[in-house]
Structures are given as structure tokens and as C-alpha cells.
Design a protein. Structure first.
Length: 253
């Protein structure tokens, strides 16, 4: 009886230890991931990255990211390139133990995107170039946790469904005397990113997503600039000349 009682107490003690460990991990994991985003992210993108809060549901495999801000490269005056109020993520929890993390879905709601510069050179192009640099590849091979040692490469990633809805572009046309526009951005929907055995590094995944954002933004701004040119033709030669000159500066910057 004593042996059975000791085994029972030992089992209860082990179960309690496991529960306490899960609680501690759940409470601390948000901060660990937040630190990782703000540490590894800038190495990959070459710009400051901050986040207000990350909440992770360990058992459900869900996560919420609030207040994510991607800063601008040096030399640009606007306060940020991308600002995300809320992003929701769903992850295959079992994949966390494998070499590739499988993300079921990422939904980014109503982000604010800033376009500064011309259609040939701007803040978004600069970040995109940073993501393609050797420095970004080195940053993506950082250790899997901020305090880890041994140089273990970061895990690969697969994202089955990526969606951006309700985005707005803030455009400051300095070549047109500081004229500003706010434009709606069509939804961006990407699927099957990193499927297969290889997966994608964090830098590769970031580049794929940022390429899609940059491409959609430039197309939207290009159409808006074209519409400005058409409207200018209705305003008389003097106004048309000033606007055409400004548009030339925007296109050639």
C-alpha cells in the first residue's frame, strides 16, 4: 500500500510539474517571440521592426500580433513603411518539433503602407533589396531563440495561406509640391508558400511576401499617377506643364 501511495504521489507530482511548466512557457513565450521578432527582423530587413504585443495560444496553435511596425531605411522621412494593427496566425503545433514549421494561415487586417519616393526608387524597393542581400540570408540563419548558443540554423517555414485585406497606401508626392494621397490597396492573397521538403527560410518568406506587397503598391500608385496626368490635361497648359514636370520627377526619382 505504501508503494502504491508513493507511486500515486509521484505521478501527481509529475503531472503538477508538467502543468506548471506549460503555464510558465505560455506566460513567457509571448515575450520570447517578441524579442526574436525585434532582434532577428531588423537583421533580415535592414530596418527597425517593433511590435506592441504577441499572444500565443500554445495548445490551440493560434497567435495574434498587434502593433507591428516596419520602419523606413535611412534617408526617408516618413515614420514607417508598414504598420499592422492586427495579424492572426494559425500554426500546426506538431510541426514545432520538426525541421519545418507549418503555418496554416496568416491574415493581416487593414495594414497602413507608406510609399515614399519615385516609381523607380522608393522606400519599399530599398527594403525589398535588403531582403535579397547576403546580410539578410545571414540574419535568417540566426539561432532559434534569442539566448541560444551553438549556431543552430533557424527552422524552415511553410505558409499555406497568406491574406492581406483592407490595406491603405499613404503616398507623399514630393515632386508635386508635397501633394499627398491615400489609396486603397486590393487584397493580396498568396498560397502554398514553402510547400515541399525544403520550405523557406525566414528571409525567403519575408522576401516573397514583401515582393507581393511592393508589386501591388507600385501598380496602384502607377494608376493613380496616370490619372493625375489625365486630370491635368483638363486644367490648361500652365497647370499641365507644372504637373507634367512633377510627374516626370516622380517617375524618374
Amino acid at each position: 500500500m505504501k508503494i502504491k501511495k508513493m507511486l500515486l504521489m509521484g505521478g501527481i507530482g509529475l503531472a503538477l510539474l508538467i502543468v506548471i511548466t506549460v503555464i510558465v512557457v505560455a506566460l513567457c513565450l509571448d515575450g520570447i517571440v517578441k524579442t526574436g521578432v525585434e532582434t532577428v527582423g531588423p537583421r533580415i530587413a535592414g530596418v527597425p521592426i517593433t511590435v506592441d504585443r504577441i499572444h500565443i495560444g500554445v495548445l490551440s496553435g493560434s497567435a495574434q500580433v498587434k502593433g507591428l511596425v516596419v520602419g523606413n531605411p535611412e534617408g526617408y522621412k516618413t515614420p514607417f513603411a508598414v504598420s499592422v494593427g492586427l495579424a492572426e496566425v494559425s500554426v500546426n503545433v506538431a510541426s514545432a518539433l520538426s525541421d519545418k514549421i507549418v503555418v496554416h494561415s496568416i491574415h493581416v487586417e487593414s495594414p497602413e503602407i507608406t510609399f515614399e519616393g519615385g516609381l523607380r526608387g522608393n522606400n519599399l524597393f530599398k527594403i525589398r533589396d535588403n531582403l535579397s542581400s547576403p546580410a539578410a540570408a545571414g540574419g535568417s540563419n540566426a539561432t532559434t531563440s534569442p539566448g541560444a548558443t551553438g549556431g543552430k540554423p533557424a527552422k524552415k517555414i511553410e505558409v499555406d495561406d497568406f491574406l492581406i485585406t483592407g490595406a491603405r497606401i499613404h503616398v507623399s508626392l514630393t515632386s508635386l509640391g508635397g501633394k499627398e494621397m491615400t489609396l486603397p490597396l486590393p487584397d493580396i492573397h498568396l498560397t502554398d508558400l514553402g510547400q515541399g521538403d525544403a520550405g523557406l527560410t525566414p528571409a525567403e518568406l519575408s522576401r516573397r511576401i514583401f515582393d507581393a506587397i511592393t508589386s501591388a503598391t507600385v501598380q496602384t500608385v502607377t494608376r493613380a499617377v496616370g490619372n493625375l496626368g489625365k486630370d491635368a490635361e483638363k486644367l490648361g497648359k500652365g497647370v499641365t506643364g507644372r504637373i507634367t514636370s512633377g510627374l516626370g520627377g516622380l517617375l524618374g526619382k
